[in-house]
Design a protein around this ligand. Structure first.
Ligand SMILES: CC(C)(COP(=O)(O)OP(=O)(O)OC[C@H]1O[C@@H](n2cnc3c(N)ncnc32)[C@H](O)[C@@H]1OP(=O)(O)O)[C@@H](O)C(=O)NCCC(=O)NCCS
Length: 178
């Protein structure tokens, strides 16, 4: 996927027509895992089905980042679960990772959640991958101990384990809305 080399990035709500590009961005983003022996398989694994992305977009909590030419380069897909906004996926094109786009999308989602009167952002991620739990930790997310999990987060972690993710390497995190 091409993008302007020196460009301004803009965040907007996703629309249904963005769906195909999201899968492409997720595949590109996951190439970050290629160099990690334990996780290399994730680099070629499944991405979120388009029907599910469309459903989340229709519910109103998916954001995309576009470059100066309007091309999509990153996205955050989330869903309101009870009083919290749960982040299902955050992906930045491999070639643009490490430039603040992920952090900006989290800030956008957090601002929106706050305006909606939601209490927190939640997510599940890998504890030991530098751009997963440590990245979210630097943004203020706290890892939850097993006894602190909401029923929904416990269910999500159980579902991930059923789909083959190593449960000892996964953690749930929360960021209170300000
Ligand atoms: C995780 C991800 C969304 C972060 O977005 P990003 O735009 O690359 O991150 P940012 O540029 O906003 O960086 C924020 C911080 O993470 C760090 N970071 C980003 N990529 C990193 C990497 N590959 N290794 C180590 N640190 C990294 C940045 O250095 C920065 O640190 P700082 O807060 O000390 O400045 C992106 O790297 C990505 O798409 N990764 C692959 C898919 C993935 O793992 N998604 C998350 C699933 S839970």
């Amino acid at each position: 996927m091409k993008h302007a080399a020196c460009t301004m990035f803009t965040i907007r709500h996703a629309v249904a027509a963005d769906t195909g590009a999201l899968a492409e961005i997720e595949r590109s983003a996951s190439e970050a895992f290629l160099h990690l022996d334990d996780y290399a398989a994730l680099a070629t694994g499944d991405v979120m089905p388009e029907a599910r992305q469309r459903e989340l977009i229709a519910a109103g909590a998916v954001w995309v980042t576009t470059d100066g030419s309007g091309a999509l380069v990153a996205f955050l897909s989330a869903e309101r679960i009870g009083p919290r906004l749960h982040i299902w996926e955050l992906s930045v094109l491999r070639t643009l990772q490490g430039r603040g786009l992920g952090r900006s999308l989290i800030a956008e989602a957090a601002g929106w959640a706050s305006l909606q009167g939601l209490s927190a952002l939640t997510l599940t991620t890998f504890c030991d991958v530098p751009w997963n739990a440590p990245f979210y930790g630097r943004l203020g997310f706290k890892a939850l101990a097993p006894g602190e999990l909401t029923p929904e987060l416990r269910g999500i972690l159980e579902d991930e384990a059923r789909h083959g993710l190593p449960s000892d390497k996964r953690c749930a995190m929360v960021l209170a809305c300000s």
